[in-house]
Design a protein around this ligand. Sequence first.
Ligand SMILES: *Cc1c(COP(=O)(O)O)cnc(C)c1O
Length: 471
Amino acid sequence: MDLSRPGRRAFSLPRLDVPPVELPGELARRTPPVLPEVAEREIVSHYTRLSQRNYGVDTGVYPLGSCSMKYNPKVAEVAAALPGFRRLHPLQPDHTVQGALELLWRLERALCEITGMERATLQPPAGACGELTGLLLMRAHHTRQGNPRRRVAIPDSAHGTNPASVRLAGYEALHIPSDARGLVDVSALEKLLDQDVAGLMLTNPNTLGLFEEEIEKIAAAVHGVGGLVYYDGANLNAILGRCRPGDMGFDIVHINTHKTFATPHGGGGPGAGPVAVTKELARYLPRPLVERNEDGTFRLEAGGPDSIGRMHGFFGNFGILVRAYVYVLLHGRDGLKEVAERSVLNANYLAELIKGAFPLAMPGRPMHEFVATAKPLKDDTGIRALDVAKRMIDLGYHPSTVYFPLIVEEAMMVEPTETETKETLDGLGRAFLQAAEEARRDPELLHAAPVTTPVRRLDEARAARQLKLRW
Ligand SMILES: *Cc1c(COP(=O)(O)O)cnc(C)c1O
């Protein structure tokens, strides 16, 4: 708006070569919309400048724990933009979209193989929607058994979407404490379980980055009271090709393809949260599912009376599913296994580099992410995890997640991901250590950080409470 000058345009329309027609009065606006009038050159500079003020996965490492903000291969973008995919209309008859249906069918098979499940819906457009879908499947299962239940158990380390989804699905959350190792307190769980518990939602490795060592016992305890076990597989990076939720005893799994299987995310961009289930639960899945005919062609199959119905229009976010399929093919079985190994190796390497200043919050060996704590630093210097995070921006790195999970004081949750080199991890480790060293030498600097950015430290509480929704 600042740059706007009347009459300036970023385009030129072809000369009118048909008779002009007045718009019907009821469709025409009385006053034209106020739009900026700028030249193309200025638009390009404006948006390029804005984009350069931001930090993104294409700019550098983005170690946000619990979110797998990793670099994704650009070839997945190229595939999703192929005209044969991009220009399809979702209402085209099946026989004209056989390639797209085959891709969906093959992706479903791949995700079922990876998770150890029987069938999957690709409709949910996000992890949180996958959670809701999974919980509605749980509800359908218990209702069908003539045994509706009221509560769903969640560990206190759970991602915030878990309790929110539980409420949205009409259940009450039953909170399960963690033990001193940061794992599910199994004896507490066993005491809290009863015939009113529909199931347990679990993240494994959990949000502390720790693998639930007693996972089979946990699953058996929940099954013992007739409940189902739900796997929050938003971040599958650590277990790809190494172990499968189905083999651990889970009944329902959601996957964030936009975290594990390509597609950059953040800022509410499109994602896909497929939900995979056991054979027993497949009848409840949203429909349509893609089926393969005897002659090798593909068709969409509507649901029977047990389906919970649709979770999204048409097929979900098709373009995101194309990226996920490309990612799976690109890596293959061995490559996906290597993704898991590297994500775990990278997290452990970085944790070792910084543990002198930021010790691990829990004693166990972390998987693809780790939770360190700035508590010792705070006790010594008054500098908090938040100040360290802000200083990391000055030092050229996106900060880690801070203050999550809630059960750790001054939590710093770091996930370097599998895509970073040793040099990048070394640089990131040095930046963490430098921030800790500066905290002792020049605490004012950390209180003031970031000092190099176009926007300095924000009042985050006010920014969250007093929204400015218009510029
Ligand atoms: C990101 C995440 C979710 C939610 O996924 P969205 O796609 O953001 O809705 C759920 N659980 C865990 C553990 C996550 O990391």
